[in-house]
Design a protein around this ligand. Sequence first.
Ligand code: ADP
Length: 452
Amino acid sequence: TPEQIARYEKIESLVKGFKLPSATYHQVMALWKEEMKNGLGKTTHATADIKMFPSYVRALPEGSERGKFLALDLGGTNFRVLYIDLNGPLADIVSKTYLIPQQVMLGTGEQLFGHVANCVANFIHFTGLEKERSLCLGFTFSFPLVQDGLASARLSKWTKGFRCEGVIGQDVCQLLQQALVKATPVKIDVVAVINDAVGTLMSAAHTDRKCEIGLILGTGCNACYMEKLENVETVSLDDDEPQQVIINTEWGAFGDNGCLDIVRTEYDRELDTYSINPGKQLVEKMIGGMYLGEIVRLTLERLSSEKLIFRGIDHDCDLFNRGKFYTKYLSEIERDNGEFFENTKQILEELGVETYTLEDCKIVKYVCALISARAAFLASAGISTLINSLKRPEVTVAIDGSLYRFHPRFHNLMSLKIQELVDPSYKFKLVLSHDGSGKGAAIVAAVTTHRK
Ligand code: ADP
């Protein structure tokens, strides 16, 4: 009907900002490449948004590493302690997940590391490791770090909802080490600190020699890759073989200088304004799991305020409350195939939306699909930029994070987009890295202690 057509046109005009043409993704790639080069350059690093931190991890695993290690995975929604028995390509893993309460996330550094160390003590008790005289520990700490060595790294800023006092500029290995001494009689040596992207890469590289890129699509978004030493001007690492180092890009901050304003929508701006770090991590806020649900919610809120969906809705319901539309809803809604929209209906009801039509469900799914596709395509633009600069005939990209793991279409969307954006002479493969951020830290610990 004409009324329906007019409605669809209005909706389209309010969501068209999420649909970007191919040329725009190419433009974004050129900017991304430039910013990454700036991050590596001696004179440009200070003002670059993408920090390109050298990780001090120089060698990829051989696949023959062995030994027993503790690993910690801290950097987002869950915090895990792991015990890993590496035996060549095999890895026996025992792990336990702990919660970081909100008041600890926003408390002091002492409280945070005290809590972490107490969880380690609990884990040691739980697994009966008290009999061990000493253990080496690999620490996955997934926030931007300035590394001064493999086991020495200062926090450069908090992201992803953390804001603990007195940690920025401090060596997080030392803070952990000191807290561990207080919490448990078992002697624990913190031998390496890495982030989750590096862990994901190392874990997959353990069994795939072509793996040289690691990507996280979880709470936030970040990537790392193997770079030639000659391209890294910001530190002077010893020039032993291999002449390479894994660079932790911290590319979530891409766009903070305003260069992505061409692609950001009114919804992205509103999300940013109400975040705990306005103006920061702008590309991450278009990709990360911490944000996608809220972008959908803001869009639906706008469509509803224009009376284009949910006519007669009660404005007191959760749909109108910040943070109430979870990113996992996108996965569930986009899994609705066919005409019944079971998942969508259930979620709308959970949100207290009582007046919806099948038409409304269709539009909700459409909005989710647009916002996930834009996220997947932006991540693809970043990965394509890296693949083009690596210039390998074949490369494996190891990916971890709940968004990639559980979203029904993220993998396919990314494969197609990267295929379209990369130089056709490079072949690529996207693989899910199992237990990347836990196992990776143990592998780095194994590679290091083996060398000593
Ligand atoms: P982290 O990145 O914090 O280590 P995860 O990889 O588990 O942890 O990512 C957590 C993020 O993933 C959260 O922001 C959450 O919204 C999102 N998420 C959790 N489950 C799903 C799902 N089924 N589909 C899409 N996103 C999800």
